[in-house]
Design a protein around this ligand. Structure first.
Ligand code: URA
Length: 189
């Protein structure tokens, strides 16, 4: 494990541990506040993210920012946001299991340094990898799981909400729950 955040970021940006390094423009390490209590984790960079080197900067990211703002959360202050894989899968396909496995060490190191109170999985890919392989996100979004000292929750991916706006109220319930944790305190805090 690398002990310094900036050192970790620099090492990650030079990663060549899987084939995604051949087609990427930028490694998307993450952005936000590494001292925050919340860690949001998506699936992998899309086209805009790959070009800018920042997570969730396309349409899905704009929706995410609006939902965060509605519960008075700001991605630069109240959370850190990253992805399961740090490089864009071509044509935005799902990251392959071997790509996820090659990349997960960076995320583990990020979690180890950040020690968030809660990890929020954005969508199925992150929830399956981090919470449980058979998670049913439509049923189990908003449920609280516990791993060691970290609480975990899955919510619907903002890109899924763009495709299916009728799910927005369900996802918003999850954001309200996060707000409540921040206001009332996390268990054992
Ligand atoms: N979708 C993701 O899962 N992650 C991003 O960074 C952007 C879109």
């Amino acid at each position: 494990m690398i002990a310094q955040w900036t050192e970790l970021e620099n090492a990650c940006k030079n990663c060549r541990q899987c084939g995604l390094c051949e087609t990427r423009h930028h490694v998307v390490f993450g952005m936000g506040n590494p001292q925050a209590k919340l860690l949001f984790i998506g699936e992998g960079p899309g086209e805009n993210e790959d070009l800018q080197g920042l997570p969730f900067v396309g349409r899905a990211g704009q929706l995410l920012d609006k939902m965060l703002a509605a519960v008075d959360l700001d991605r630069n202050q109240d959370l850190y946001i990253t992805n399961i894989v740090k490089c864009r899968p071509p044509q935005n396909r799902d990251p392959k299991p071997e790509e996820q496995e090659a990349c997960i060490g960076w995320l583990r190191n990020q979690v180890g340094l950040m020690r968030p109170k809660m990890i929020v999985c954005l969508g199925r890919i992150a929830a399956m990898k981090l919470i449980k392989p058979d998670i049913k996100i439509t049923k189990e979004h908003g449920h609280i799981f516990k791993k060691g000292n970290t609480l975990m929750m899955a919510t619907l991916h903002p890109a899924a909400l763009l495709r299916n706006p009728s799910s927005k109220p369900a996802a918003f319930e999850d954001f309200l729950k996060l707000r409540e944790f921040l206001d009332k305190g996390f268990p054992e805090e």
